[in-house]
Structures are given as structure tokens and as C-alpha cells.
Design a protein around this ligand. Structure first.
Ligand code: GDP
Ligand code: IMO
Ligand code: MG
Length: 429
């Protein structure tokens, strides 16, 4: 396989960072294609933990090039901080190792201010966004008033655009959201300063990837969030503002669909969700608390406690269809150790009928009840397993159920956060 796409199949935090880091060993280039610093991708390498919000999770390999595609929204302060943090641990991030698309949209202070003020105004109806300005930045992109990375290379254009936008945003912030206005000069000074440091990284990512692909280089595409947070296909409006589905890799980096050869869906062995929104298999009991504790389910970006529940195969089957999954990477299987009886949701019932896909209507979704299959759990610590035959038989039953119902083979099984805590069932590259 030459080019592989990694996507989250649930509501984010499936372990994409770990899998991308792992697969980067076989790749030459790694490209993020959507989302922004709402993402938090965790890697544990040599016992050291790294959390990346914007920089692709392949960055720890010195000889591979990482790309931030046009589909990503970039907070320059966060990007510079990540570069700085890597420098502090001995990783010099140069333009040979990292490139930023000239067409990526830039998150501005007014995007964050609007995100936060809007959520506050919604009160109990809030989406539970990460407050990073993601939605408002994508809104500006769609409204065709956004500021792009290329504008950072032209100080006069940048100043003009900020001034024009700020006038409208301040009106909205003060008159509608009852919030404070932002001052122009500090924003301009700040962004001009950050622009100088980022300009060397800015390039045409589509052209560079194309050149790499033509030179037989292998590309790994890193998705953020998950299919059910997709703005089109997710649990709208409780979604993010981009397309985490595999198709997003094309629009978000500027390569054609014929260049994608394999799509890996990352499936957490149970389900989590951070923020508000429907969650059919949510466990609001001691088992949910146990999984939350064992899995250390706290958001890598906001530190919020993640809601936990049983594995939902309706969700995964939707993702198989929506992202054309070729294989599955099952993560955090070790977390389920010690749960006496495991449940897997194999379908929903609505008005006495079995349905095969999550309905678009939230009202209908609220009326769905999960149909569960029960599987005996296991008590053994499985974190040392490196081959399939080192796993207890109950885990095989759990994994086979996933394969049978989704019709998709499992290529990777993750049994711990560390790079080495993995069973490679299939060599993907
Ligand atoms: P991402 O957003 O999809 O990259 O996932 P996050 O990094 O937000 O959350 C996944 C969390 O689970 C991180 O803390 C990882 O270090 C951790 N993790 C990943 N795979 C495994 C695994 O197989 N077992 C355990 N116990 N932890 C894992
Ligand atoms: P990774 O890449 C989990 C959720 C937020 C909120 C909704 C909208 O680490 O899997 P936004 O700030 O995007 O407007 O918030 O989406 N959300 C995530 N949940 N993992 C993520 O990323 C997420 N990125 C956004 O909690 O419910
Ligand atoms: Mg995460």
C-alpha cells in the first residue's frame, strides 16, 4: 500500500495519534487534513508522553516530512508553541520537517472570542466546543472572508484583512453577544510577529505531496476528530465544523481520491464522547466510571472528563460506509480487562423496528434503543501481548464479533498507550 488514511470512527479520541506515530515508521510523509487545535493526539514513545494539537503525529521521526494541509484551521500561537515545545526536548523543527499549506485558514482572536461568547449565550443548549475558535474560523472560510496562511507572507494584505474583519466581528461581539470588543493594533502586531516566524514553513502542500507521490513516496493522511463529529455526517449540530471522513483527506490536502489506497478506521474498544450530544450506549453507572478510570478518559485538549459507554457497532458500521474503511485498528482493548460481562451494541430499535443506520433526526435518535449482545469479559492483563495467540480467548470472541458484524478485518490491536504496546495483525504499508 502506498498511501494510507487514518480516521477516527467514533466521536474522536480513539487513539489516532498513537496509530499514526506507529504507521509513520513505514511512511515518508504525514499530512493532517482537517480540524485544528480542537484535536489532541497523544503519543507515548520511550515512556515519554507527547500531545500534538496541530503538528502531525509523525513528527518524532526525523527523516519524514510532516504537512499541515489546507483543510486545517491553524492557530499560529499554538503551532509556534508546539514547535517551541519540541525544541525543548531536542527536536529542531525546520521547514525540511514541517510544511504549512499556504491555503490553510488562520484562527484569529475574534474566532475564539465568538466561540466562547456563543457557547456562553447558549447556556444549557451549548455544544460543548473546545472554545478554540474552530467553528467561527470555518465560517469565515465559507463566507470567503477568512485569512489564509498565504496572507501571513504579505503584511499589507494581512493588516487590511484583519481591520476589515474586526469591524464586523466587533459589531457582532458587542451588539449581539454582549461581549467585549477587541482592539486592532495588538492583534496586528501579534500576527505580524508570528507571521515572520511561520513564513519559512508556508508552501503549496498539494504540489509537494504530488511530487512526493510521483517519486513513489508513501503518504500517511492523519484525520482529526471522528466520523460522527463530521459536519455533514455526524450528530449535527453536536459536531465539529470540518469533514473528518476519509474523503476529507483529498479536499483537505489537495490530492485526488485515486491516490488513496487504504483507509484504516480507528475504533476504541468501547465508546467515548467529550462535549454534548447524543450517545446511545452511554453508561451512567459504575461500569462507565470503571472504564473512564481505567482508560484515563480525560480530554487531551480541554482536560474534560470523557463520557463512556459500550462499543456501538451501528456507529462503526456507519463509519465503514462513510469512510470506505478497509481495515480497523482496535485501541484500548486493555482497558476492558476486569469488566465481567461486556456488551456490544449490534443494532438500534426505533418504534419496534430494527434500523441499520443512525437517523439524521435527533428526535428519532433519542427514541432509539440499543440492541446488545453480551460477551464474557476477561480478567488477564493483556498489555504485554504482542501476538494474537497471546490474547485470552474471550478477547478473540470480542474482536471476531466486531469483524463479523462490520465485515471489515482488523489490522492493528492496541493494548497500551506505548508505541510498542501493539499487535500488528497486518503490515499496512
Ligand atoms: P486521538 O485524539 O484519537 O489521538 O486520541 P487521544 O490521544 O485524545 O486519546 C487517546 C488516549 O488513549 C491517549 O491518552 C493515548 O495515550 C491512550 N491510548 C492509545 N491507545 C491506547 C491503548 O491501546 N491502551 C491504553 N490504555 N491507552 C491507549
Ligand atoms: P481528536 O482529534 C473529541 C468535539 C468537542 C465538541 C465538538 C465541537 O483529539 O479526536 P469544536 O471545538 O470542534 O467546535 O467542538 O467536537 N471535539 C472533539 N472531541 N476529540 C476531538 O479531537 C475533538 N475535537 C472536537 O468536544 O463536542
Ligand atoms: Mg484526542
Amino acid at each position: 500500500m502506498s498511501n494510507i488514511v487514518v480516521v477516527g470512527t467514533q466521536w474522536g479520541d480513539e487513539g489516532k495519534g498513537k496509530v499514526v506515530d506507529l504507521l509513520t515508521a513505514g511512511a515518508d510523509m504525514v499530512a493532517r487534513f482537517q480540524g485544528g487545535n480542537n484535536a489532541g493526539h497523544t503519543l507515548v514513545v520511550g515512556g515519554k508522553k507527547f500531545i500534538f494539537h496541530l503538528i502531525p503525529s509523525g513528527i518524532l521521526y526525523k527523516d519524514k516530512k510532516c504537512f499541515i494541509g489546507n483543510g486545517v484551521v491553524v492557530d499560529p500561537e499554538v503551532l509556534l508553541q508546539e514547535i517551541q515545545d519540541l525544541k525543548a526536548v531536542g527536536e529542531e523543527i525546520t521547514p525540511e520537517r514541517l510544511a504549512l499549506s499556504d491555503k490553510a485558514h488562520i484562527i484569529m482572536p475574534y474566532h475564539k472570542a465568538i466561540d466562547l461568547a456563543r457557547e456562553a449565550a447558549k447556556g444549557k443548549h451549548m455544544i460543548g466546543t473546545t472554545g478554540r475558535g474552530i467553528g467561527p474560523c470555518y465560517e469565515d472560510k465559507a463566507s470567503r472572508v477568512g485569512i489564509r496562511a498565504v496572507d501571513l507572507t504579505e503584511p499589507e494584505t494581512l493588516k487590511e484583512k484583519i481591520a476589515t474583519n474586526l469591524e464586523e466581528k466587533n459589531f457582532f461581539l458587542t451588539k449581539f453577544l454582549d461581549s467585549d470588543p477587541l482592539e486592532l493594533k495588538p492583534i496586528v502586531d501579534d500576527y505580524l510577529g508570528m507571521a515572520e516566524r511561520l513564513v519559512p514553513f508556508i508552501t503549496d502542500v498539494s504540489v509537494e505531496l504530488d511530487q512526493g507521490i510521483k517519486a513513489n513516496k508513501k503518504v500517511l493522511f492523519e484525520g482529526a476528530q471522528g466520523v460522527h463529529l463530521d459536519i455533514d455526517h455526524g450528530t449535527y449540530p453536536f459536531v465539529t465544523s470540518s469533514n473528518p471522513v476519509a474523503g476529507g483527506a483529498c479536499a483537505g490536502t489537495g490530492i485526488g481520491p485515486s491516490q488513496l489506497h487504504h483507509v484504516v478506521g480507528i475504533v476504541k474498544a468501547y465508546t467515548t464522547r467529550v462535549g454534548a450530544g447524543p450517545f446511545i450506549t452511554e453508561l451512567e453507572d459504575a461500569t462507565g466510571d470503571y472504564i473512564q478510570k481505567q482508560g484515563q478518559e480525560f480530554g487531551a485538549t480541554t482536560g474534560r472528563r470523557r463520557r463512556c459507554g459500550w462499543l456501538d457497532l451501528v456507529v462503526i458500521q456507519d463509519s465503514v460506509r462513510l469512510s470506505g474503511l478497509d481495515s480497523l485498528a482496535i485501541t484500548k482493548l486493555d482497558v476492558l480487562t476486569g469488566v465481567e460481562k461486556l456488551k456490544i451494541c449490534v443494532g438500534y430499535e426505533l418504534d419496534g423496528e430494527r434500523i441499520i443506520a443512525r437517523p439524521a433526526s435527533l428526535k428519532k435518535l433519542a427514541g432509539c434503543t440499543p440492541v446488545y449482545m453480551e460477551i464474557p469479559g476477561w480478567q488477564e492483563d493483556i498489555s504485554e501481548a504482542r501476538q494474537l495467540d497471546q490474547l485470552p480467548p474471550q478477547t478473540h470472541a470480542y474482536l471476531e464479533t466486531i469483524e463479523e458484524i462490520t465485515g471489515v478485518p482488523i489490522s492493528i490491536i492496541s493494548v497500551g498507550p506505548g508505541r510498542e504496546e501493539t499487535i500488528m495483525v497486518q503490515d499496512l504499508f
